[in-house]
Design a protein around this ligand. Structure first.
Ligand SMILES: Nc1ncnc2c1ncn2[C@@H]1O[C@H](COP(=O)(O)OP(=O)(O)OP(=O)(O)O)[C@@H](O)[C@H]1O
Ligand SMILES: [Mg+2]
Length: 363
């Protein structure tokens, strides 16, 4: 399996949008920086500084910093796509800070700019105008692909609106892909980690399956495992539950909440207003702008998590509550009640290749 580092960007950029080319009249207004030579080592230093700060600031509770560290800083972000000769404004001045350890939902009607914003935060697309700082790294127009790829590989995990799994790779190979791109090889430890992640998303039994042999919900779980393999600081999720039924939605939410408790910052696009109670904060978008920035109270959040199940609550001396994952339940139930049945069925079922379904692929 030979994949060049350049290909990660191509694979990650499946949603990449055609943008209006910045000309002299387009002002990419970034704050002054002492460092005009953007290099990989500089970026690594900036990232490690942020990580050190955040280590000091994290508490043992829900990993929400006592002294907030903003892991995402966005100021007056504009994005205009070029469609023919017309510019389509997708973002019209979005400003937003996201605190490390927070679970943030992005809600809004279709076309309101949610995916555009997520792509810019994920550095897989460039703003037409505005300032952006992710994990302490100022994102500048003209940054080399190697610089942003480093940020993506080490600190960001993506779960795309479309699954973007590579059809010719098994589930395990898909999960291992970011490790391969990061290190140029896969080690037995990396494979063990990928298998552990597959177990965690309830997909151990499907490790050797190709995407075409998996349901939408199962593919979504593989993409979540793939997004986690390089231990990201931020997980960017574009409608991860969009195609799922209620039970699978709840299973994915349990997994995401558990990851958030472990300290992963979550930025999740959804159309489902019922999910917002699981978040610390809900950003409502309309016509490329934020029109409401809603804080979810801890009471509402705890109630929603309690009803979801799989979590316990511990009362602290200071009156606050700590949420804890009930591991046993997660292991016993896996990701879905019918998974055990499905895996039992799989033991009796011959594994079929895509060409078994599509005769056109036969020799
Ligand atoms: N590649 C593109 N070229 C031209 N216009 C685009 C492109 N991608 C998005 N747009 C436009 O930008 C606007 C915002 O799109 P975006 O995909 O960010 O919306 P969204 O909120 O994610 O919508 P949905 O909920 O349907 O996924 C829309 O008007 C859309 O038509
Ligand atoms: Mg979208």
């Amino acid at each position: 399996m030979k994949v060049s580092p350049k290909q990660i960007t191509n694979a990650a950029d499946v949603n990449a949008k055609k943008e209006v080319k910045a000309d002299d009249s387009v002002n990419f207004n970034l704050p002054p920086s002492n460092n005009n030579n953007i290099s990989l080592s500089n970026i690594k230093t900036q990232i490690s500084n942020v990580n050190n700060n955040s280590d000091n600031n994290n508490d043992n509770n829900n990993h929400v910093s006592k002294e907030p560290v903003n892991i995402v800083k966005v100021y007056n972000l504009h994005k205009t796509y070029l469609l023919g000769i017309e510019g389509v404004p997708a973002l019209r001045g979005v400003s937003l800070n996201i605190q490390q350890g927070h679970f943030v939902m992005l809600l809004g009607k279709s076309g309101s700019g949610k995916t555009s914003l997520l792509n810019l935060i994920g550095t897989i697309d460039q703003p037409t105008r505005g300032d952006l700082e992710i994990c302490g790294v100022k994102i500048k127009r003209g940054m080399t692909d190697a610089c942003t790829a480093d940020l993506r590989l080490n600190h960001l995990g993506f779960v795309f609106q479309t699954f973007n799994l590579i059809g010719t790779m098994t589930a395990l190979e898909n999960v291992l892909l970011p490790t391969l791109l990061k290190n140029g090889k896969t080690t037995p430890e990396a494979k063990a980690k990928a298998l552990e992640l597959l177990r965690r998303v309830g997909m151990s039994e499907r490790a050797k399956h190709y995407p075409s042999q998996l349901s939408g919900g199962e593919q979504q779980r593989i993409t979540i495992a793939r997004a986690l393999v390089n231990t990201p600081s931020i997980l960017l999720l574009d409608e991860p539950t969009g195609d799922l039924d209620t039970k699978n939605t709840e299973n994915i939410m349990r997994l995401l909440l558990a990851l958030n408790l472990e300290g992963v910052t979550m930025i999740m696009v959804t159309h489902d207003p019922n999910l917002k109670s699981y978040a610390h904060r809900c950003i409502h978008m309309m016509d490329g702008r934020i029109y409401n920035d809603e804080s979810i109270s801890s009471e509402i959040r705890e109630r929603a998590i309690k009803e979801l199940g799989g979590f316990g609550f511990k009362q602290n001396n200071d009156g606050t509550t700590t949420t804890i994952v009930i591991e046993q339940q997660e292991q016993e139930q896996g990701m879905g009640g019918d998974d055990n049945l499905q895996s039992m069925a799989m033991n009796k079922t011959e594994l079929r290749q895509p060409k078994d379904f599509y005769s056109i692929l036969s020799d």
